[in-house]
Design a protein around this ligand. Structure first.
Ligand code: PAF
Length: 281
């Protein structure tokens, strides 16, 4: 497995693979990889001849008071995981490699990016769509892999690929959880021991919400109320949002019908965690 830092090196590598008639999978990440990422890489390795993992903490998707500077980084550990899973290449560019000093072209979306995290983090999806478009243009993969923990991101990327005619299959992969149900996330490393215990409330609340929906509840307000009250019972938790929306359009709905996404963003201490469930009707 190779680690490269320039766009030119990725292009040369992919050009050679294409000459050999090989297919290419891309797993876009911000590094500090965990079992969730490992599951994406594993799937990509099964479905493609060569797999590129991009490892880049993308500055354009962080707001001014967010955790860009403190976001955890460990390339050596990431490289071991990627190599163990069978990736062929890690692309670990600098911010300067990805963005010219006078960079001024962004991919802006309306619709699926407006609600949920789009409301709490206004420039987030503009940054995600922009960097993912750039990665698609650099790596020109046949398939790209995203986790369902970021269900809105998955919907946003699928819409962008459709709208902008990227000839790339987007593969969504299931959420990987800790034993107690907490969704795996690089941000879990921020949690103190007490916060880590408290963080399980997201999954507990969502499980109760899911049981309500599966039991036939049709009112989104009732489901939101149930999930919110359980999260608020945990003293270390502060709700950013609890919402039930249509999936994959991500529009706010009053009545549960068709495919739905129930999503939460919750501060545990200073750490903002997200989790969700999808129910297909
Ligand atoms: O999900 C992430 O880690 C990031 O949003 C992504 C898709 C790698 C873009 O920076």
């Amino acid at each position: 497995m190779k680690i490269v830092t320039t766009i030119k090196e990725v292009r040369e590598e992919v050009k050679q693979w294409r000459k050999e008639g090989l297919s290419v999978g891309l797993v876009p990440t911000m590094g500090y990889l965990h079992e969730g990422h490992a599951s994406l890489i594993k799937r990509a390795v099964q479905e493609n001849d060569r797999v590129i993992v991009s490892d880049f903490v993308n500055p354009t998707q962080f707001g001014p008071n967010e955790d860009l500077e403190s976001y955890p980084r460990d390339l050596e550990r990431d490289a071991k995981l990627c190599s163990d899973e069978g990736a062929a290449l890690i692309f670990n560019p600098s911010a300067e490699e990805m963005y010219f000093p006078d960079f001024s072209t962004y991919v802006n979306m309306t619709g699926p990016s407006d609600e949920l995290c789009g409301k709490s983090r206004p420039i987030h999806f503009r940054g995600v769509c922009t960097v993912v478009s750039k990665l698609f243009n650099i790596a020109t993969p046949d398939r790209a892999y995203f986790g369902q923990k970021d269900a809105q991101q998955l919907a946003v990327i699928k819409r962008m690929v459709r709208d902008l005619n990227f000839d790339i299959e987007i593969v969504g992969c299931p959420i990987i959880r800790e034993e107690d149900g907490l969704a795996k996330s690089s941000r879990n490393t921020y949690l103190s021991e007490d916060e880590r215990k408290a963080a399980v409330i997201l999954h507990k609340a969502l499980e109760e919400g899911k049981a309500l929906v599966l039991g036939g509840e049709k009112s989104t307000a009732a489901v939101i109320e149930k999930i919110t009250s359980i999260i608020e019972s945990e003293p270390l938790a502060k709700v950013d949002y609890v919402q039930v929306v249509s999936f994959p359009d991500i529009t706010v709905i009053d009545t549960i019908e068709g495919d739905i996404l129930a999503a939460v963003a919750v501060y545990i201490g200073k750490t903002r965690l997200i989790d969700n469930f999808i129910i297909e009707h």
